[in-house]
Write a protein that binds this ligand. Structure first.
Ligand SMILES: NC(=O)c1ccc[n+]([C@@H]2O[C@H](COP(=O)([O-])OP(=O)(O)OC[C@H]3O[C@@H](n4cnc5c(N)ncnc54)[C@H](OP(=O)(O)O)[C@@H]3O)[C@@H](O)[C@H]2O)c1
Length: 268
């Protein structure tokens, strides 16, 4: 692949571009960007490797990786500019919530390789959790390119298409659930008399540290939880309260609801 083009430079498109610029495996490709709002391109196009395009008609149509980072409802508009033009030598990557590989290919009248990926907002700080699926014509080389792109902004895993709505419900929307947890823990500290700033810093570092412990030790969270829960101690009192109030069910249900919403959005 000679070139990589990002279409849509909002939160995710600009994060992916920053990841691409740092990716050691993708230094040979030219990088092109396009957004309907030229303002969003101006600062990003200042980088010597990046070319800002004036319209979709300037997108290279052979040997190109085209990454769609627009909202699902804007796919129609982008399709108007790209439909039938991308040659099968291209790799099309879509991060659009709810849109299946086949429907994106159909919308663009594209017969080549398609990778559907679901990153999350932590791509902005190169800490995204991304799951990906490839269609049947995607080659091993094209899968490697997709993997390099998403590993440039965090961790990336292959899965199957039938799980992509669940991925959206878990890791795609997940940062918002954890923001709520951090906010609630900080409010707990506040209620117990802590200054707001200290409470928020302690809550944030607690979530970060706990996640890092799960990742670095490789231990199941249930084991790590048992390790810090002593008989008749403070932690078990809090855990009993969380169990009684149904914390686990709330998160399981939240992932289920978001998954169902992703299915609905895909149908719209
Ligand atoms: N944000 C997340 O946490 C997240 C996580 C996983 C996946 N996603 C997926 O990522 C995609 C992008 O999300 P986002 O949060 O980055 O959205 P965003 O910030 O709204 O960015 C989308 C960008 O695309 C531009 N755009 C609209 N129509 C266009 C067109 N025809 N050609 C070129 N550019 C066009 C938008 O411009 P205007 O604003 O002027 O319309 C905007 O700059 C969505 O499909 C979403 O499902 C998002």
């Amino acid at each position: 692949m000679e070139n990589i083009t990002i279409v849509g430079l909002g939160n995710m498109g600009s994060a992916l571009l920053r990841g691409l610029l740092k990716s050691p495996g993708l230094t040979k490709q030219g990088l092109a960007i396009y957004d309907v709002d030229p303002q969003r391109m101006s600062s990003l196009a200042e980088h010597s490797r990046v070319t800002g395009l004036g319209s979709l008609s300037e997108v290279q149509c052979e040997n190109n990786v085209v990454i769609l980072c627009i909202k699902p409802q804007d796919l129609h508009g982008v399709a108007a500019g790209l439909k039938g033009r991308l040659k099968p030598s291209c790799l099309l990557i879509s991060i659009l919530a709810g849109k299946k590989t086949e429907s994106v290919a159909t919308e663009l009248a594209f017969t080549g390789a398609v990778v559907r990926a679901m990153p999350n907002i932590a791509a902005v700080i190169a800490q995204a959790a991304t799951a990906m699926v490839a269609n049947s014509v995607c080659s091993a080389e094209q899968r490697d390119i997709a993997e390099m792109i998403f590993k440039g902004v965090g961790e990336a895993f292959w899965t199957k298409e039938s799980l992509m709505d669940a991925v959206t419900g878990l890791s795609g929307s997940g940062p918002a659930y954890i923001y709520m947890v951090i906010e609630a823990l900080a409010d707990g500290g506040l209620k117990m008399g802590m200054p707001r700033e200290l409470s928020l810093k302690l809550a944030t570092q607690t979530v970060l540290g706990a996640a890092a412990m799960v990742k670095e030790t490789g231990l199941h969270p249930a084991i790590l939880k048992d390790q810090v829960t002593t008989p008749a101690g403070t932690t078990i009192s809090a855990l009993h309260e969380l169990e009684e109030r149904g914390l686990r069910s709330m998160f399981v249900n939240a992932v289920e609801k978001a998954t169902n919403r992703s299915v609905e959005l895909g149908r719209d």
